[in-house]
Write a protein that binds this ligand. Structure first.
Ligand SMILES: CC(C)(COP(=O)(O)OP(=O)(O)OC[C@H]1O[C@@H](n2cnc3c(N)ncnc32)[C@H](O)[C@@H]1OP(=O)(O)O)[C@@H](O)C(=O)NCCC(=O)NCCS
Length: 175
């Protein structure tokens, strides 16, 4: 596995060149069941006023994509105890996988959310139980497993994972 050679950053997709670059992203054939069609996900997130389409950049090129969903029940069909944002359809292009870019992209995603959406306290996602690469990348980037299984996906049970974007209040000693 090659080490990362470039710094990763993330940016909202707002121009045609980024749209074309995301449409050119590919994953391995057996990975599409985890994310679906990338061009569909891109178009859907650009049309949805409650979503943001995001590009992952390294060395001046788009190497990945994800969408942020701000509707409270977008990810697990329910709202959370703190204001949340959902992460969906995350991909790193097949040619760039396994170099640490996925882990770096998630760290950049959290930094971006703290800066642009400081009202959001939780980043939430579901990940298929058999998607070992994604589980590893999310854990390395600081996501924690809730031990709650989400069974709404078409490709089998999924772990519900959370990332705390803001410090948590200390437990109330009176309770
Ligand atoms: C999931 C994904 C975004 C991760 O991106 P990435 O750039 O390959 O991730 P990283 O290089 O940061 O790797 C993260 C960890 O996963 C590990 N990993 C990679 N492939 C793995 C595999 N097949 N099995 C187990 N672990 C794996 C890596 O070793 C790394 O851990 P390490 O640094 O301790 O070795 C990418 O694999 C992808 O686009 N997959 C297809 C789409 C998908 O499944 N998206 C997630 C939907 S929830």
């Amino acid at each position: 596995m090659s080490a990362v050679t470039a710094t990763v950053h993330v940016a909202r997709i707002e121009d045609d060149a980024s749209v074309r670059a995301v449409r050119g992203l590919r994953v391995a054939q057996d990975q599409y069941r985890f994310v679906g069609d990338i061009t569909f996900n891109l178009g859907d997130s650009l049309r949805d006023p409650m979503s943001e389409a995001m590009a992952v950049w390294a060395d001046g090129a788009v190497i990945g994509f994800y969408r942020l969903d701000f509707a409270p029940n977008a990810v697990a069909g329910r709202a959370f105890e703190r204001p949340s944002v959902g992460l969906r359809a995350f991909v790193i292009d097949q040619s760039q996988q396994g170099r640490g870019y996925g882990t770096q992209a998630m760290a950049a995603c959290c930094a971006d959310l703290r800066r642009r959406h400081p009202d959001r306290a939780l980043l939430v996602l579901t990940v298929n139980c058999s998607n070992l690469a994604a589980l590893a990348a999310y854990r390395k980037a600081g996501f924690v497993d809730t031990d709650e299984l989400y069974r709404g996906g078409s490709a089998g049970p999924q772990h519900l994972m959370l990332h705390h974007l803001q410090p948590q209040a200390p437990p109330d000693p009176e309770r």
